[in-house]
Design a protein around this ligand. Structure first.
Ligand code: LLP
Length: 437
């Protein structure tokens, strides 16, 4: 049910791994992000067992932008995965959480000089170079500190995938990576090979996000091996590492049909093996970067139902005490989520539009929901919110960022506390010397 076996129904109420959701709402307040920790650790174990252990010379990095919190990073590392970061901020949190630097991949289409310096200083495992300027810049930074940096270059695979145009990255028209419809990527390879302080390991790509077609993963694998071949022909460099990126889709609603992770990797690795044989090379080290797939279905957001407004002949608005500040995805991508009244799952349903409390007409939680006899004070659960919700949350309208609670076999623990009003003004220098009235 609802994308995770840890979400169950007991006496017409929702439970998350043995804890009544109403209790969580009472204890920690709403809005609240709840993570079924075992859904997270089961998935990490699947990545470990069905990929890392099954295929030698592979690695997996959790795309930490999906859920950037210490408790997740710690589980990720415990399961043998590394972390992919895209800013100094993500790197800072990863290092604070104890992620070994060598297990970190640093991405980003426009990394700042400070970020590159920070990454080199920390000794991050690999830096994924995204554009020309970065080659000389990174070479210089590495040289200045007498270090050698291992790098991949990100290339455009010309494979387009992803559930929404805003999360497609693999086509020619993209800000990410070196173009492949001309010689840009080959020039990048030459430039990196010539850079004294950089060691080129191979190539990287990321096609898009929330992909549910196995054919796209297959095509990506084959295409990337094709680039390994062309690069060898044109530069005599043989890639020892190929990173296929993330993109594994999850079940948001009944309409989604996410791929089986193990089967997907079987197909991908079979293609890699075929291509390796064809090219008569050693199989490169193969990397993947799942983000959403690891955390999304573990997450449920709880809200308290407030105003219910019927616009005669039009629709009924049901307002909750959060919205776009804690989940921007419906507004940004038209994302659709499943929702229930957690304290009354079944009952006579009422068709409503669930909206948030921000001062925006576009603050949507669920455009169309059939909820059981909803009344003010009910707890509304929104499923599949573990990825790109907390990490994309804002303080718009000065809503406080909700707490994150992990639930595991009947126990709950807060892993991120709710923000306070004091947190809202921490950086506001203009408020510093004003005496309180
Ligand atoms: N690797 C790279 C280089 C990426 O850019 C991304 C995601 C991933 C891996 C992880 O992709 P995943 O496995 O999570 O699909 N905010 C959007 C998603 C943006 C994804 C950006 N890059 C959303 O809420 O749908």
């Amino acid at each position: 049910m609802y994308g995770s076996r840890y979400l169950t129904e007991q006496n017409n109420e929702l439970q998350i791994d043995g804890v009544a959701v109403t209790e969580l709402a009472k204890q920690y307040g709403t809005p609240l992000y709840v993570m079924a920790e075992r859904e997270l650790t089961d998935r990490l174990a699947t990545v470990r067992d069905a990929f890392l252990k099954k295929y030698p010379n592979t690695y997996a990095s959790f795309a930490s932008k999906a859920l950037t919190i210490g408790a997740v990073y710690q589980q990720v590392v415990r399961h043998g995965l590394g972390i992919d970061v895209v800013t100094g901020g993500e790197l800072f949190i990863a290092r604070k959480a104890g992620v070994p630097a060598e297990r970190i991949y640093f991405h980003g289409s426009n990394k700042s000089t400070q970020d590159l310096q920070y990454a080199v200083k920390e000794g991050v495992g690999k830096i994924v170079i995204d554009h020309y300027g970065e080659i000389a810049q990174l070479n210089q930074i590495a040289g200045d500190t007498c270090q050698t940096v291992q790098v991949l270059i990100r290339i455009v695979p010309q494979v387009i995938g992803g559930a929404h145009t805003k999360i497609q990255t693999g086509g020619v028209d993209t800000k990410f990576g070196f173009s492949t419809h001309d010689d840009s990527y080959l020039q990048a390879v030459e430039a990196v090979l010539a850079a004294e302080h950089l060691v080129l390991l191979g190539i990287h790509c990321h096609v898009g996000s929330q992909i549910q077609e196995i054919e796209l993963f297959e095509r990506t694998a084959r295409t990337m091996m094709g680039f390994v071949e062309t690069i060898r022909e044109r530069t005599s460099f043989v890639a020892s590492e190929v990173n296929l990126g993330g993109g594994f889709g999850i079940a948001y609603t009944q309409d989604d049909q996410p791929l089986d992770f193990e089967q997907t990797m079987e197909r991908v690795m079979a293609i890699i093996d075929e291509e390796t044989t064809r090219l008569a090379i050693d199989r490169p080290r193969i990397g993947i970067e799942p983000g959403r797939w690891v955390v999304a279905n573990a997450g449920t957001t709880l809200y308290t139902v407030g105003a219910i407004k019927e616009v005669q002949g039009v629709r009924t608005y049901l307002s909750v005490d959060g919205g776009m500040a804690d989940n921007i995805r419906p507004a940004l991508y038209g994302a659709v989520y499943e929702t229930v009244i957690a304290n009354r799952i079944k009952g006579e349903t009422r068709h409503v539009t669930v909206v948030g409390a921000a001062c925006e007409s576009g603050d949507l939680v669920a455009e169309s929901a059939d909820l059981a006899e909803p009344v003010s004070g009910d707890t509304l659960a929104v499923f599949g919110t573990g990825a790109y919700n907390y990490s994309m949350a804002s303080n718009y309208n000065q809503f406080l960022r909700p707490a994150v609670v992990f639930v595991n076999q009947g126990e709950s623990r807060e892993v991120v506390r709710r923000q306070t009003y004091a947190d809202l003004i921490q950086c506001d220098l203009g408020l510093e010397n004003i005496p309180s009235s």
